[in-house]
Design a protein around this ligand. Sequence first.
Ligand code: BDR
Ligand code: CA
Length: 314
Amino acid sequence: AKKIVIDTDPGIDDAYAILLALQSSELELLALTTIFGNVRTPLATSNALHLLELAGRPDIPVIQGEVKSLKGVAKERIASFVHGEDGLGNTWPRPPVGKALTGSAAQYLVDVVKKNPREITIVALGPLTNLAQAVLLDPNFASNVGEIVILGGAFLSNGNVNPAAEANILGDPEAADLVFGCGAPIKVIGLDVTRNILMTEVQLQRLRDSDGPFGKYLHNASLFYLKYHVEAYQQNVIMLHDPSVMMAVIQPSLFTFREGPVRVEVEEGPFRALTLAYFGNKKWAAATQWCSRPSVEVAVACNVRQVVQEIMDR
Ligand code: BDR
Ligand code: CA
């Protein structure tokens, strides 16, 4: 099985992704590292512990991540209007029994990658601060990590926080730009692809009525998230961002990727956190600031029906 670590800000769609990973024999989940985003970092940690306990896997360690962005800013904009005050749709789960391991998430990522060179896939479902810190801590991290698979950005369409910015990238644009330039094997799946991966209200009810282990739990946690989508997009659906990225780890062939360097706008202003990929002629790019950037794989399409079906089935 593929050894993975999930860096996450749970978050309702993060909960889908984590439970999906645990239901997939293709994957071996080594640990969860946490990050601010949908909620602040300590609550992300407590939600991560809760989800593992819910799944009967309290043996999987949780390591708490950064509380501030690379620039040292504590995130003011927490997405409680999308994910609820508790990050899990205001279902207010009981506080977890377990505790996070001591030590930093970035140090954990460095150590696990060093111990298993080119074998670890890191699935990044929140802002990229922990990963950026790992790159800064260890000059060999980028060449030793197996792969980094990222939910982030909007390459061919608008963001979801504002026309330019997707939430995870806006959480720490400097970290994102550093990670995209670090030279590690990277796949990135942005909103262009994930905003098409929808679960309808009817499918949610089917999940509730199924006898799968997490159907009722996820249905219940999704009701708040559904209300947000109805208000924001006038559609009776939820968007499955993070579990889609997990499917891209499980079955990459369901996705179509194009290769190119990616840059993130870090200037303050209306374009902050904009992600841009260059798919053009490398020779031409060599004349620009893009020449020093390693290429990454950017998702441009996927088999929507099958991705949704796999998530439902698992
Ligand atoms: C991403 O931001 C968070 O709200 C979600 O969990 C997902 O990772 C979507 O922009
Ligand atoms: Ca997330």
